[in-house]
Design a protein around this ligand. Structure first.
Ligand SMILES: [Zn+2]
Length: 292
């Protein structure tokens, strides 16, 4: 196995050195190389979770009775619906439903995913969103980052050749731990590219198409922020989820195009009327009303 992986790495690096002119994955001719296995992604994610658990100053986890009830509802109902999609193939490896975490910070409207499936949701985001569909859109997007392995693919591209080889060859067994520490400290490797963000929006759309939620729900957060005059804000409240690259307005437009192409109605986060169910009451009852 290791020999095959090593051969593949050498081969891939050789080809990529010849044909890939920049690190912007949107211009790559070949599919992005990822030298990590799914099991590596799980290990990396677990290690970052462990570090987050030991850093309550920066990551004040929300725990307790209501937190358990909310987490359990989100995992079973919202994530459960998203996971109905046959486009999610790593559900038995990444176990998404056991890896939902809440951070108690009402000022931050954000969510982020780690390699291998852990997803963190800030209470600020839960309080801001108006319906369960909007949350499903965000979770579909975050699950797509894990499922499509954006972080470890980017790390494969950004790490030096020696570091990559020592992971592959097993010469430095602590390499994964070092990478996890780097991931945690800088969080720079979690800064997704424009191409990653667009792909995560696309897959959120695909995943939700097989669920009870509106397939274009990933845009609801952006629409709400646009109407509240928040999209131009560069505040760190929205830094990770929106990131600095893709314009939220473009992301609304991309989603609307996907809806139109698929022959689906284009509605908004605050649309009402017959045939429209964004699961407002369920969201209020099971999530918002239980938040501190
Ligand atoms: Zn993202």
């Amino acid at each position: 196995m290791k020999t095959l992986r090593t051969f593949f790495l050498f081969f891939s690096l050789l080809i990529s050195a010849i044909t890939v002119p920049s690190c912007d994955s949107s211009t790559n001719i070949l599919p992005a190389i990822n030298i990590f296995t799914d099991a590596d992604d799980v290990k990396l994610g677990d290690q970052v979770v462990d570090q987050i658990n030991h850093d309550p100053a920066n990551y004040p986890l929300y725990t307790g009775t209501n937190a358990d009830a909310i987490t359990s509802y989100i995992s079973s109902t919202v994530v459960g619906e998203v996971l109905k999609s046959s486009d999610i193939q790593k559900k038995s490896i990444y176990n998404y439903q056991t890896k939902i975490h809440l951070i108690k910070d009402d000022k931050t409207m954000n969510a982020f995913a780690l390699p291998g499936g852990p997803v963190y949701i800030y209470t600020g985001l839960l309080k801001y969103l108006l319906n369960e569909s909007a949350l499903a859109g965000v979770l579909g997007h975050e699950i797509a980052h894990a499922e499509r392995r954006h972080a470890s693919t980017r790390m494969s591209q950004e790490m030096g050749l020696n570091a990559l080889l020592s992971v592959i060859l097993g010469e430095n067994p602590s390499q994964l731990a070092q990478i996890a520490a780097q991931l945690f400290t800088g969080l720079t490797l979690l800064q997704n590219s424009r191409a990653n963000e667009d792909e995560a929006d696309l897959y959120s759309f695909k995943y939700l198409t097989d669920s009870k939620y509106y397939s274009g729900s990933v845009k609801f957060f952006f629409e709400q922020m646009r109407d509240d005059g928040l999209v131009s804000s560069k505040s760190d409240k929205i830094a990770l989820f929106l990131s600095t690259h893709p314009d939220p307005i473009d992301r609304i437009a991309s989603t609307d195009t996907r809806l139109t192409t698929a022959g689906k109605p284009v509605i908004s986060y605050n649309s009402t009327g017959s045939g429209i169910n964004l699961y407002i009451n369920e969201y209020q009852t099971n999530i918002v009303s239980k938040l501190p």
